[in-house]
Design a protein around this ligand. Structure first.
Ligand code: NAD
Length: 330
């Protein structure tokens, strides 16, 4: 059978990516919608075949508990609401897939993990890059290149107002929103956690978008192996989403690394290895299907709450390093 999902929050990501992705999902289906906008929920329910009785408000988690059609709640709300909704969904006996970044503080992440343990339910963070075939192939390619020496990455875009990403109260800011892709992906290559962070941020004077959050943040992460990741992220630049993994015997280049489509993987390897064309997939369908497999059949979540917590600690450390101008130990 397919796992039933209740989608919470019907904003841009839900409407443009997640709901359409059920069309190509193997083991996942839209079973319910949870929204503060009943009209919008009714309209979308018609399009995606969700029954009128399966529409809920944000305060309806008690009623959701009895909805046997819902196995998983997918949290697609502003970051500041992730912890509260995740915990309420877990307490209602549902498994939870929560959008990145996991929350707004490490303490919130710890509460979410504890709630999943107490409820004996699974908690996954929606890090879709772990299910994207070019990125998975890139990690394999680097393994054959004699050891990683450095990781460089940019994840930048132009963010226009109004936007939840520009609000401090809603948990916005470029590091948690876009920057997190760089260090979450670095972990896939390095399999280790950074021990020290440095950071500098840029708030252009007179731009009202950046009263509450920085426009750009540049940062370095130092790992126990000695590798340093140098990264930057921006809400005030042309779209640029790449990484470059420099190894002893070659370099892995990935453009559009964190985009929904269009990954461009290229190697410059001493032995001339190249990578044959890789078929593109719907990352959201693949990510949901992984969680459905684990929920329905058992197994281990590839991107669990603990990974979200590790990233949240890095987000906090980058914030502190940028504020103080000093390196922060992790
Ligand atoms: P959005 O602003 O388009 O949607 C937010 C939703 O939350 C809306 O439905 C809105 O009505 C609802 N909401 C409830 N209370 C709100 C409040 N107080 N203020 C504002 N909105 C409120 O945002 P989005 O782009 O859909 O992002 C939602 C989440 O998804 C975020 O956590 C974001 O980081 C994540 N996201 C992930 C990806 C990805 O590729 N994995 C891409 C985009 C967004």
């Amino acid at each position: 059978r397919k796992a039933g999902y209740a989608i919470v929050g019907l904003g841009k990501l839900s409407v443009e990516e997640i709901l359409p992705a059920f069309g190509s999902a193997r083991r996942s289906r839209a079973a319910a919608l949870i929204s503060g906008h009943p009209d919008k929920a009714r309209q979308l329910a018609q399009v995606y075949g969700v029954a009128p009785g399966s529409l809920y408000g944000y305060d309806d988690y008690r009623r959701l508990r009895d909805d046997k059609d819902v196995d998983i709640v997918y949290i697609v709300l502003p970051n500041s609401m992730h912890a509260d909704h995740t915990i309420r969904a877990l307490e209602a006996g549902k498994h939870v897939l929560c959008e990145k970044p996991m929350a707004t503080t490490p303490a919130e992440c710890e509460r979410m993990i504890a709630a999943a343990k107490a409820a004996n339910r699974k908690l996954m963070i929606a890090y879709r890059i772990h299910f994207e075939p070019h990125n998975l192939r890139a990690v394999e390619a680097a393994k054959g290149m004699g050891g990683i020496r450095s990781f460089a990455s940019t994840n930048a875009q132009t963010t226009t107002a109004p936007n939840i990403r520009l609000s401090k109260a809603l948990g916005g800011g470029p590091v948690g929103d876009t920057g997190v892709y760089s260090f979450n992906t670095a972990r896939m290559f390095l399999n280790e956690e950074p021990v020290e962070v440095t950071a500098r941020e840029w708030r252009p004077a007179g731009d009202p978008r950046f009263r509450e959050v920085p426009a750009s943040v540049s940062y370095t992460l130092r790992y126990p192996s000695g590798v340093v990741a140098h990264c930057d992220t921006s809400f005030n630049a042309a779209e640029s989403r790449f990484y470059r993994v420099t190894c002893a015997d070659g370099v892995v280049h990935m453009d559009s690394a964190f985009s929904y489509h269009g990954q461009q993987l290229r190697l410059t390897a001493k032995d001339g290895t190249q990578i044959p064309r890789i078929r593109a997939i719907d990352q959201f369908a693949a990510e949901m299907d992984h969680f459905s497999d684990v929920v329905l059949d058992g197994g281990t979540v590839r991107t669990p709450g603990e990974m979200g917590l590790a990233d949240q600690r890095i987000i906090a450390a980058i914030g502190e390093a940028a504020r103080t101008g000093r390196p922060v130990r992790l």
